[in-house]
Design a protein around this ligand. Structure first.
Ligand SMILES: [Ca+2]
Ligand SMILES: [Ca+2]
Length: 390
């Protein structure tokens, strides 16, 4: 009896010592990685992702934001025309064709996280049911069709500002800005920056109609996809589509960043944010049709160009239980975004990998954040080969 008591005492002691030794460390790492900390020069501590969050007095916003998304979707449906995507004409080429992604089981997450505070691991087996995915990020031309048809007003327009990379802002507009983000001073809140004015109020979409739309919140993205007869992909669907059937690889095409010295994505070359050599051809967002398809599914710019919203709420702790079509946690304060952007470098923000992830509040917007849609059924207005023909 005495021996049994001693065994239980030891077990309880071990548990009490073990729990506090892992939880606070994990939390501290997460906070440092996600916010970028106070040292903007520390490598891979963040790309100011969270710095572009809108500030709220009340952070218990999970339910409120879902209501906001419903409100925006509903206002989009009650717009001035509401004819639907098929009926809306534009002088610009449409780009949002879809491909069928056959279902399957894959390993989500990475075994050796490069940014563990982002919740990149642990690896877990996930089954995804077949679905359709936009070949491209949503372009300004496509988003314009949506706005013209519905009268949708983006959250950046409602709030009156959005975050723009300092080096893209004109001298004149810069003079009027006194506010910056301490942890990410290259992000500046610019009054009048929105999807129609991507680099500030004195810029427009001339020559950029085929570029990825930016300054759209998660709520705006949900409203667009609903209008288009689609939805946002889940994080599992996005990552499955990104990996393109390859196992344990960094990028959609493999592990080498520039195979045969060819650039396959729009990222940053040079010392961020001071110098961009534009070796890949672009210093900012690029046309959504840029570069060859990144994997066998024919998807373009999954990694790089602009970050892409997915439907899941943010969480950095994952179980290794097998899951089928996971949809993420029930609620949180932030939504997940995937793929990295034209602002990423290996030294600074190594997130242009299929397993990488970051987050923002659902009403946030920035000059490097866009989206693409997914669908269970192919919308009838899209004229593409049936899945049997692919
Ligand atoms: Ca680039
Ligand atoms: Ca992208």
């Amino acid at each position: 009896m005495e021996k049994r008591v001693n065994v239980w005492t030891c077990l309880i002691l071990i548990i009490c010592l073990y729990i506090p030794s892992i939880s606070p460390e994990t939390e501290t790492k997460a906070e440092k990685q996600c916010t970028g900390g106070d040292d903007p020069d520390s490598s891979n501590k963040g790309c100011g992702c969270a710095a572009t969050n809108r500030k709220h007095d009340d952070k218990g916003e999970g339910a409120d934001q879902s209501e906001r998304a419903d409100e925006l979707s509903s206002s989009a449906e009650k717009g001035p025309l509401n004819l639907g995507p098929a009926a809306v004409k534009s002088p610009y080429a449409r780009t949002n064709q879809m491909v069928y992604i056959p279902g399957g089981v894959f390993t989500m997450g990475v075994a050796q996280p490069i940014l563990p505070g982002d919740g990149e691991g642990p690896p877990r087996e996930v089954e995804v049911t077949g679905f359709y995915m936009d070949v491209h990020e949503v372009s300004n031309a496509e988003f314009g069709l949506f706005v013209n048809d519905t009268g949708h007003v983006t959250e950046a327009e409602t709030f009156g500002d959005s975050f723009v990379l300092e080096t893209r802002i004109s001298e004149e507009v810069l003079k009027g800005i006194s506010q910056a983000v301490a942890a990410a001073p290259w992000w500046l809140p610019v009054k009048g920056a929105d999807w129609r004015h991507p680099d500030g109020p004195d810029t427009d979409l001339k020559g950029r109609m085929d570029h990825a739309v930016i300054h759209v919140s998660w709520n705006d993205a949900v409203a667009y996809c609903k209008w288009a007869g689609k939805r946002l992909p889940t994080e599992a669907e996005w990552e499955y589509a990104c990996r393109g059937g390859l196992k344990d690889r960094l990028f959609p095409w493999g592990n080498k960043l520039t195979p045969k010295d060819e650039h396959r994505l729009n990222m940053w070359q040079g010392e961020f944010p001071k110098e961009n050599t534009k070796a890949d051809g672009f210093d900012g967002p690029a046309p959504v049709t840029s570069y060859p398809p990144q994997n066998k599914f024919g998807l373009k710019n999954m990694v790089g160009n602009v970050w892409e919203w997915v439907s899941d709420w943010w969480n950095i702790r994952h179980t290794t239980d097998f899951k089928k079509d996971p949809k993420g946690p029930d609620s949180s304060s932030d939504k997940v975004k995937k793929g990295g952007s034209y602002m990423c470098t290996k030294e600074f923000c190594y997130r242009y990998r299929c397993g990488a992830r970051s987050q923002n509040t659902p009403d946030s917007s920035a000059g490097n954040l866009g989206f693409r849609c997914a669908a269970d059924q192919l919308p009838q207005y899209l004229d593409i080969p049936e899945k049997d023909e692919l």
